[in-house]
Design a protein around this ligand. Sequence first.
Ligand code: ADP
Ligand code: MG
Length: 559
Amino acid sequence: METKQFKAESKRLLDMMINSIYTHREIFLRELISNASDAIDKIYYKALTDDSLTFDKDNYFIKVDTDKENRTLKISDTGIGMTKEDLENNLGTIAKSGSLAFKNENELKDGHDIIGQFGVGFYSAFMVADVVTVISKALGNDEAFKWESQGADGYTIVPCEKDSVGTEIILKIKENTEDDNYDEYLENYRLKGIIKKYSDFIRYPIKIDVTESRLKEGSENEYEEYQEEQIINSMVPIWRKNKNELTTEDYEYFYTEKHYGFDKPIKHIHISVDGAVRYNAILYIPEKIPYDFYSQEYEKGLELYSNGVLIMNKCSDLLPDYFSFVKGMVDSEDLSLNISREMLQHDRQLKLIAKNINKKIKSELQTILKNEREKYEEFYQSFGRQLKYGVYSDFGTHKEELQDLLMFYSSKEKKMVTLDEYVSRMPEDQKYIYYASGETYERIEKLPQTELVAEKGYEILYFNEEIDEFAIRMLMTYKEKEFKSVSSGDLGIEIDENKNDADSEEHESKELFDYMKTILADKVKDVRVSKRLKSHPVCLTTDGEVTIEMEKILKAMPG
Ligand code: ADP
Ligand code: MG
């Protein structure tokens, strides 16, 4: 039996690939810069084992140049370069990755920085360019070669001149069309933005000429423009640095630089995990509520990096809803990316990371609560509601862990207290955790229903947010103590019968009560003598499980 080879229609394959795998055209620059970085990394690795090579970091960089007149964008690197064969094999064959081969040959398994693996990124250049020219001189070679392609119709390779080892990729940028603007890829400020976004943590300097203006020499009001070469990327990501070498200011600077928020975070969490899945993360608990936090537009999520290259802006799977306020990033080399490097293949690693992060945030909040009470209360002021929603909507899976983070205003302490603090103060004869709901603390304080409980010396938690009571209903108990609304029928408080003989009073006032019942016929179910009132003449109570406050909310709900 004869085995036949599949024939690929490379022209169509290339078109298909270019136009279908990437959602953002701008990532072509991320891909070309990643390749340049890989090429420099390869020299670096070679120098580690080859004594005749020295690696002086200063000589290695990536340069981006534009030429508006000729509509060209050039990305040059001082990396390992490509021989004629390399050009043929790696750029002439779609899905052939010289970088993957390099990793395998050199048995680089862990901790390497080489990014390439799929052998397609290079072709993304055709999303913005009509012609791509590659001029390269390989390490240890005297000759340089020029590879050129217009995409679909194949490529040419000819010898050419190049002084130093390395590669230049020259893109002839497409003309604008009615729908698409390509001119932007000739604007240095725009390129700078793209580089900052995706390639900020490439380990080698990425340089670009920036036009600045300055006072003319000898002049007081005349300005002149001049070109200045700037390094755009931060290079060493803060998350790869040693925690001990970083100050709070460093973390705050990163927070601002990354536009996570305009406030100062109340806490940063720096995580480095070297376990089943390796990752670094820097997370922040913001101080202030982002302006759009409670709107539909707000998107939760963390930035996701693979080996220092941005993959996703907001990876929502990394955060549960109740921690949607957390900002920050995760970088892992263990993610299995899909071919466009915009998405993940499997979410097994991601799930592990998410679980881990979730735990860390929880324990960090607990630590703040324990050691920095004021800070915690500030945080709770901003995001407590989110935690309560978490308890309410999680149907049992996380409420146990979140309940210790809840706080409510206490009638006795006149400040926010945790459930744990409440329970630990309960006198022995107190059966329930009491709460009262109302719009404001002042109003709750004046509720007649609170009188008996307060008189008994029991603490009452004041619920002034709609979610409070719903969350508590989900919890049902805390440390085996049931929650009880002060307006529920049975308060579980023993009342001295002699002092207040309700039965006889009821009998005496029967006429009055009957009269009240007829007047309030459609408003109340019954009028009774109450044993719970001290100074107030009257109060409302509920029969069933729904309290007055909840009834109000349920009535206000649509449908
Ligand atoms: P990948 O980076 O996933 O391997 P690419 O399509 O981006 O795939 O690149 C294909 C191959 O071309 C790379 O693996 C590398 O061998 C080679 N290559 C691309 N750009 C350069 C460069 N600037 N310097 C040296 N080699 C390069
Ligand atoms: Mg690549």
